[in-house]
Design a protein around this ligand. Structure first.
Ligand code: SF4
Ligand code: SF4
Length: 343
């Protein structure tokens, strides 16, 4: 989003407790402060659907969020941490430039510096910003990461995919509102405007405290991120699979059950998520998120008179009832109280 819109978005408090966004606000408008003498930002994308992803992947993802006992981890986080993978690739691009232009200085950025990535990528001709606030491309959808390479070299710019439209509503989203309508927590205030405080990606990853009780039932079984506003986007019929092996699913994270993941010890959490972005949230937030999913699964099992399913979930939660972290214990208590909750 343009800087003035971004400033208004921050002022309205939509960033929640992502204070770093306010702290770095002015830097975002001045990439030259991130690399002295910067003249050019080279924007790049890298697809992350695992290699071999089948054409009906969007249906499979929809089935997963509709199966309450399943633990749903956002697709991008099921493989290796993209920050490292992408940074390596951008550094390699920088070395190639450096071999051609020895006077060049470079800085690779993958979520590591305050940049308006979507805005820059749009200007670089890599797509347009959809109503779900993500960058969309007509032949690749939005299932890709964005990265940047700042340089003091002056390169000529590329043309935007779309000519500036009189109204952003008239851009390639047309009259579609699928993402806005589907969002489980109603996090979109309107097209192109997200209240991050209601977004499941923010709640499960960025937010460090208790998840507001009013939002917990709406989160379903999404325990790390959320793909709903991408899955439903018609442009993602064209999403492409990664060419790298790094984004292959690890530890069955595309089909795990909530109870299985909740049973992992802290040592298992660290060992299995080594090299994964998930490690960053830490074990307590991991358990917190799973407890919310289990509470919702317990409510569903009770409503469906699934006594075996409810009993397994109850047993998993009771085993963690006295967990020493108070936040986790509060979420477990909430989850156990969902038994018999009528939707
Ligand atoms: S990621 Fe999920 S919760 Fe967040 S805006 Fe998209 S659909 Fe809504
Ligand atoms: S779902 Fe529709 S409105 Fe949302 S980003 Fe995709 S095309 Fe645009």
């Amino acid at each position: 989003m343009p800087m003035d819109e971004f400033a208004r978005w921050l002022e309205k408090g939509f960033a929640g407790d992502m204070d770093y966004l306010s702290r770095n606000r002015d830097l975002r408008a001045r990439p030259a402060d991130l690399l002295p003498g910067a003249q050019t930002v080279v924007m790049v994308t890298m697809p992350y659907l695992p290699r071999g992803t089948q054409a009906h992947w969007r249906q499979k993802e929809e089935d997963a969020v509709n199966t309450p006992s399943r633990a749903v981890v956002s697709v991008y986080a099921r493989g290796r941490d993209y920050h490292k993978v992408m940074r390596r690739r951008i550094a390699s691009l920088a070395r190639r430039f450096a071999s051609l232009y020895p006077e060049g200085r470079f800085r690779a950025c993958v979520d590591s510096a305050p940049l308006m990535e979507v805005e820059l990528a749009e200007r670089a001709g890599l797509g347009w910003r959809g109503k779900n606030t993500l960058l969309l491309h007509p032949t690749t959808g939005s299932m890709f990461f964005l990265g940047a390479l700042l340089t003091n070299l002056r390169f000529s710019g590329s043309a935007p995919v779309l000519a500036p439209a009189p109204s952003s509503i008239e851009r390639h989203c047309g009259s579609c509102t699928a993402c806005l309508d589907l969002c489980p927590t109603k996090a979109f205030i309107g097209p192109y405007q997200l209240d991050a405080r209601r977004c499941i990606s923010y709640l499960t990853i960025e937010h460090s405290g208790d998840i507001p009780e009013s939002l917990r039932p709406l989160m379903g079984n999404r325990i790390y991120g959320c793909d709903d506003c991408q899955r439903v986007c018609p442009w993602n019929r064209f999403a492409q699979a990664a060419t790298l092996p790094d984004f292959a699913v690890r530890h069955g994270l595309d089909q795990a059950l909530l109870t299985e993941l909740f049973a992992w010890s802290e040592a298992e959490f660290h060992a299995r998520h080594q090299g994964s972005a998930i490690l960053r949230i830490g074990y307590a937030r991991w358990l917190r998120n799973l407890a919310v999913g289990l509470g919702n699964a317990l409510a569903s099992a009770t409503r469906a008179a699934d006594t075996v399913g409810a009993s397994d979930i109850r047993a998993a939660l009771i085993a963690r009832r006295d967990y020493p972290d108070a936040m986790v214990a509060r979420h477990v208590a909430w989850a156990l109280a969902q038994e018999g909750v009528v939707a």
